[in-house]
Design a protein around this ligand. Structure first.
Ligand code: ATP
Ligand code: MG
Length: 180
């Protein structure tokens, strides 16, 4: 599995549609302070289903929409899309290439698409749940998160170990089954 490309359109400082292509191997993103490096990482988190505005340094989810600059008017919607090479079927899908898109409008409505088909957030979450990627995973470690983990409660640390070990999925399914 490999990240092939990322498109940002109206997401945070990316008012203009921008596509970044990733080559095999390691990619570094460099730029001056405030140029949007963290926004790129947050776009990846967001398209994989992030539900916390706070994790994206905002108060409300609609804060990810470009909110204007000295020479540009604010936009009404943000779109982020990632394309993944899934030819090794690392993610539980028959598709060899997956394009995931998330859109949000000013009223807070979100839309998710998987290869141009409308899907639920759950479909996106399920796709990433056992992959070590996605929401609540530890593939993206932001500044301050390390201290949070070390200073956190034992029960929260246990949750982290369960996620990394891959048992979180079964726990979640059990919880859902018990509620029925
Ligand atoms: P540093 O090197 O300091 O970590 P960075 O390259 O990571 O910087 P970011 O934090 O990604 O920079 O980008 C911050 C910029 O994004 C700020 O100028 C901020 O005003 C802008 N920004 C954030 N959200 C929005 C938004 N909704 N609309 C427009 N601009 C935004
Ligand atoms: Mg940064």
């Amino acid at each position: 599995m490999q990240l092939l490309s990322l498109t940002l359109d109206g997401f945070k400082s990316f008012a203009q549609k921008t596509t970044i292509k990733f080559e095999p191997g390691m990619t570094g993103i460099v730029g001056p302070n405030g140029s949007g490096k963290s926004n790129i990482i947050e776009a990846i988190q967001w398209v994989m289903g992030e539900q916390s505005a706070r994790h994206l340094r905002g108060d409300r989810m609609a804060d990810v929409i470009f909110n204007g600059s000295s020479d540009r008017k604010p936009l009404n919607r943000a779109l982020v899309s990632i394309t993944l090479d899934n030819s090794d079927h690392y993610l539980a899908s028959d598709f060899t290439e997956l394009t995931i898109t998330r859109k949000i409008y000013r009223n807070g409505d979100s839309e998710y698409l998987l290869n141009d088909q409308h899907v639920r957030l759950k479909d996106i979450t399920d796709l990433f749940i056992d992959s070590g990627l996605g929401r609540e995973s530890f593939s993206i470690i932001s500044q301050g998160r390390i201290e949070e983990i070390f200073n956190g409660k034992a029960v929260d640390r246990r949750g982290i170990i369960e996620t990394v070990a891959g048992v979180a999925k079964y726990k979640k399914n059990k919880e859902i089954a018990e509620k029925r």
